[in-house]
Design a protein around this ligand. Structure first.
Ligand SMILES: Cc1ncc(COP(=O)(O)O)c(C=O)c1O
Length: 409
């Protein structure tokens, strides 16, 4: 029988507990939505204020040089590289995940002439499928979508590129990146991994797995803030062959020579398109300091322990209340979230949020709980399950207010 005291003891022994102070979190709130929008690192406001009041207001345009604004996408990409198992100069910060996915899918299909299939997973986050569909139409390829368990069997010699998300947004199910990448390569295909739900939540080993491309966002576990710029990884062995379609001036080898013809930058900068959203890049760069000195294996151990605790407490406390486990029980197959199915999921989540326990809802019936190991505590899991039990058992969710759908769920 797990007790709250047991959870408090786990917090007392947690070697990452001190990292919570790196975030500005309201004291009365339990935040289990860092898989959607990460909490704000406490150092970010001062850095943004400096960027606004000194670098922009006083430095004006000189700050592109004097405050080192211009190389910030490369610098920030290099910081992210250390979290995702990439080398220096293989990652750059730019645009959104959707836009970066578009770039690498076009580049990948161009690198496999004679093959005309983009293979994707049916249950992937919709933007990944929408973008792949558009790329297929533009490049004359076929988009083939299959169920997650059928991916490996569907990789054949017609496939140019496989597009997968490492950890599924709804179920939290995690692919074996190394095995699937190997299968893609054995069939002669390339692979792109969407790391939206892995970067900053666990160690990722892009180069050890021999991945070709990866994309991911800056606003979830990387805590870069709402609408933070995204990142893109291209394995250095491919960089010379990559021709991405959005050939803006920042991807040019010499942008400030303003030449008429496009000549791609020799390195990862060729993945850039236009001017970086500088304040967003600065926020993301300073947010990444929250990872300073953090051992990613320890981070993963805590993430797994939080997820296991959530599942054990669901079994112990929520029996007979209509909840089903929608994530893998086996931690090896799970990312850093646990999803529960419930027919009244939307209203239950709204009732939870009204009690300052924040998760989110994904249609049709999924309650999502994300565990950002830098700031989530074991007692948060206990308290969340206790509130969930009370809300379902008493029917507190059953009000018009909680059932009314908001635009963002
Ligand atoms: C797997 C995945 N890919 C992409 C996105 C979003 O992409 P963008 O940053 O372009 O909005 C999300 C957002 O939740 C996601 O979960």
């Amino acid at each position: 029988m797990i007790t709250r005291e047991h959870c408090a003891a786990l917090d007392a022994a947690d070697t990452l507990a001190h990292c919570r102070a790196r975030f500005d979190l309201p004291a009365d709130t339990i935040y289990l939505d860092g898989n959607s929008l990460g909490a704000m690192p406490a150092n970010v406001p001062a850095r943004i204020e400096q960027a606004l009041k000194q670098e922009w207001a006083h430095g004006l345009i000189r700050s592109w040089n004097d405050a080192d604004w211009y190389p910030a996408p490369q610098r920030t990409g290099n910081k992210i590289a250390t979290l995702i198992g990439a080398g220096q100069d293989e990652v750059i910060v730019a645009d959104s995940t959707s836009v970066n996915l578009f770039k690498v899918l076009v580049a990948g299909t161009r690198m496999r002439p004679g093959r005309n299939v983009i293979l994707a997973e049916r249950t992937n986050f919709p933007t990944d499928v929408y973008i792949a569909s558009s790329v297929a139409e533009m490049t004359g390829c076929e988009l083939r979508c299959v169920d997650p368990d059928d991916i490996v069997a569907a990789i054949d010699d017609t496939v140019a590129i496989v597009s997968l998300t490492h950890v599924n947004y709804k179920t939290g199910k995690r692919y074996d990146m190394e095995a699937v990448t190997r299968q893609a390569h054995e069939a002669g295909a390339l692979i792109v991994w969407d790391l939206c739900h892995s970067a900053g939540a666990m160690p990722v080993s892009l180069n050890r797995c021999d991945a070709d491309f990866a994309v991911g966002c800056g606003y979830k576990y990387l805590n870069g803030g709402p609408g933070a710029p995204a990142f893109v990884f291209v394995a250095s062995r491919h960089i010379e062959a990559v021709r991405q379609p959005l050939t803006g001036w920042h991807g040019h080898s010499k942008p400030f020579e303003f030449t008429h013809d496009y000549a791609p930058h020799p390195g990862i900068d060729r993945m850039l398109t236009g001017t970086a959203p500088q304040l967003g890049v600065i926020a993301l760069e300073s947010a990444l300091e929250a990872f300073d000195g953090v051992d990613l294996d320890v981070l993963r151990d805590k993430s797994v322990a939080l997820g296991n605790l959530f599942i054990e407490l669901t079994d112990q406390e929520l029996k007979g209340l209509g909840c089903t486990l929608a994530s893998p029980r086996d931690a090896e197959q799970r990312g850093s979230q646990v999803s529960l199915g419930h027919a009244q999921g939307y209203a239950i989540m709204q009732a939870l949020i009204a009690r300052n326990v924040i998760g989110d809802f994904r249609a049709p019936d999924i309650l999502r709980f994300g565990f950002a190991p830098l700031y989530v505590r074991y007692v948060d899991i206990w308290d969340t399950i206790a509130e969930l039990k009370d809300i379902i058992a008493t029917g507190a969710w059953n009000t018009e207010e909680f059932k009314a759908r908001k635009s963002v769920t």
